[in-house]
Design a binder for this molecule. Sequence first.
Ligand code: AMP
Length: 221
Amino acid sequence: MLKIIVLIGAPGAGKGTQARLLESRLGIPQISTGDMFREMKDADTPLAREVRGILASGMLVPDELTFEMVKARTARGDCKGTFVLDGFPRTAVQARMLESLSAQQGKPIEAILVDVPAEILERRLTGRRSCPECGEIYNIHFKAPELAGFCDLHPETELFQRADDTAEKVRVRLETYEENTKPLLEYYEGSGRLQRIDGTREPEEIYKEMESLVGSSVVVG
Ligand code: AMP
């Protein structure tokens, strides 16, 4: 059955990791609004400058703009079948916008919460470092590279910290999640469309459960 899988989780819960695994192993396209905004922000346009400012602050991009981007992206051929939304919706308004897309495409929404307590999230986010060359993600607290500050796979390449992973920005992002996105759990739970996964375990363990929730009935476009 075709569906729209919505991954919900606080920043640092590991939704991106799970969405990428679903894409590489089951071929389900991963639509990450955060990645799309990060790609967009390097352009030299007024819109890109606005997005750059919002991302750096840890706050949310306006709903209309975000939805326009999701609509355009999910209209592409690879989203004819099931796809995964990673980081959308993040507000009640966006959730309502998604209902219209779901009706239009004739695909029901299935929401999955990747659940991780707040105190773990903070260390996951502030400790996160990435390789600009290959995208490999490390964590100075949980998964340090062999040589501090450098990628194991590209030993000459220095790891970087995302601008919004600093302690102050992480606090804003976690507050934004509590305030805007957490209420969506009740929304999806109330309509019987929410499943929960314990996100404190190893990615592979989480993935197994994820796959058993979504894998059997997936048809990709
Ligand atoms: P993420 O990588 O999912 O943590 O997203 C990074 C940033 O992109 C967020 O802090 C927001 O500024 C922006 N963003 C991503 N998804 C959304 C969304 N659905 N609505 C508004 N802003 C978003």
